[in-house]
Design a protein around this ligand. Sequence first.
Ligand code: SF4
Ligand code: SF4
Length: 442
Amino acid sequence: MTETIELALKTLESQLNQPLETALEACARCGICAEACHYYRAEPKVEHIPAYRSEQLRSVYRYEHDFLSRIFPTWTHAKKLDETTLAKLSEMAYSQCTLCRRCTVNCPLGVDTPLMMRAIRAMATAAGTAPEILVMLADSAIEKGKDPSFFKDMFLDQIRDMEVQMRDIMGDPNTTIPVEKQGAKILYVPLAGAHTILPPAIVFNAAKEDWTLSIFEAANYGVFLADVNRAKQVAKRIVDEANRLGVKEIVIAECGHAYASYRWDVPNWFAGQFDFKVRSLIEVLAEYIRDGKIKVDPTTISAGVTYHDSCNLARNGGLIEEPRYVLSKITTDFREMTPNKAEALCCGGGGGLVALAEYTDRRLAAGKPKADQIKKTGAKIVVAACENCRLQIGDLNEHYQLGVHISALTDLVVRAMRLPKPLPGHEAEHLFEGEKAPVLGD
Ligand code: SF4
Ligand code: SF4
C-alpha cells in the first residue's frame, strides 16, 4: 500500500462516527434523490445520482470493514482503494457535488450524501490530491492570521479611503469605519473587497450601531477541503479577534459557507472560548428595517426582483423569511422562483466550485436548472446573499444570456435608503430597466 493510500484510508477511519456510519449503511436504493440533485436535473445520467456517488465510497468502506467483501469483493461490489480510485473519488467529490444537502432533505431515510462527499474530500486533502487552489487559499489565510502586521497598514489605508467615499455618499462628515474598536457590540466580518465593506458600513452608520470591522475575511477554504485542522486555524483568527476586542456578537457578511461555519461549527470547535452570538448580515438588515433604525423607500425598485436562496443560508441555516422581509420593504414586484426556500435548487457554485477553474464547464452545465428558474420568473434583478452564488449566477447570466442584474441584498438596501449619492456602480438608472449591466457589488 502506498503512503498516499495509507493516508487516505487513515483519514476515512478517523472520520467514522455515528452519522457517517449511518449514512454509509443506510440506503434503500430507491433513487428518489436523483431528481433532487441539480447535476442530475441538468444531465440525467447515473453518475449524477447522489446514491451512485455515495456508493463509490461505500464500496471502499465495505472492503475495509466487511470480512466477506475482502475475500469476495466482486460479490458485494467492494473495492480496494488504489491511486486510480482515489483520483476518481476526489474528482467526483470536488467537481460533482456542491454539498447543497438537497438530496438529504428529499431522501426518505435522510441519507447524508454530502457528509460522505466531505469524507472523500478529507481523504483527498490528507492524501494530497485535493485541488491545489483551495489548499493555497486556506493556507494563505492561515499565514495572514499569524502576522497581521504584514498587511494591516495597507488594509487601514484602504479603509480610510473608503471612509472618505462613505462620507460623500451619506453626506455626513462624521461617519466612520471603526477597525479593532475595543468593547464594540458587533464585530462585522467582511469578505475580500470593498463591495462587502462599504455598503454594510453605510448601513451600520445609518443605524448608529456600535460596531467594528474585522481585519480578517469570513471566507474559510478549510471548510471546502473538509479539513477541520485548517478550518479551525482560519476561524481562530476571528475568534481571537472577537475575544480580544470583547465584542458581544459576530456578524458575518453575505456569504453562505462562512455563515454556516461560524453559526454551527466554530462554536463547537472553540467551546469555552466562544461566547458570542453569530448572525448573518441579512438578519441585521431585517432588524434595522423592522425597528425603524434605517429608513428605506418601499418604492425604490419597481423592476421584477427574484431571490436566490443560498443552500447554506436557507436549507442549512434557516434564513428564509429575513431576506424576503427586507425585499418586501424595498421592492414592489417580487417574484419567487419555483421551488424555493428550503427546497431551493443549488445554483451550482457552492462547495468551493467557483474557485476551481478546471471544472468551469461542469459548473455551468450544472447551473442550467437555476438559469431556467431565473428565466421563468421574468425578473430583471436577481438578489443573492452569498458571494459564491453571485459569482456563479453572474457566470450563468453570461453563459445562458439571462440579461439580469445580480445584486447583494445590502446593496439594494443602501439604494433604498435614498442617500445623497449612489454607491459606486449604482449611478446608472438603466440598471433597473433590464439592460445588460455589470454584476452589482463587484
Ligand atoms: S440516498 Fe436516499 S433517496 Fe437516494 S437512493 Fe438512497 S435511500 Fe433512496
Ligand atoms: S449534496 Fe447537492 S450536489 Fe451533492 S449529491 Fe446531494 S443534491 Fe447533489
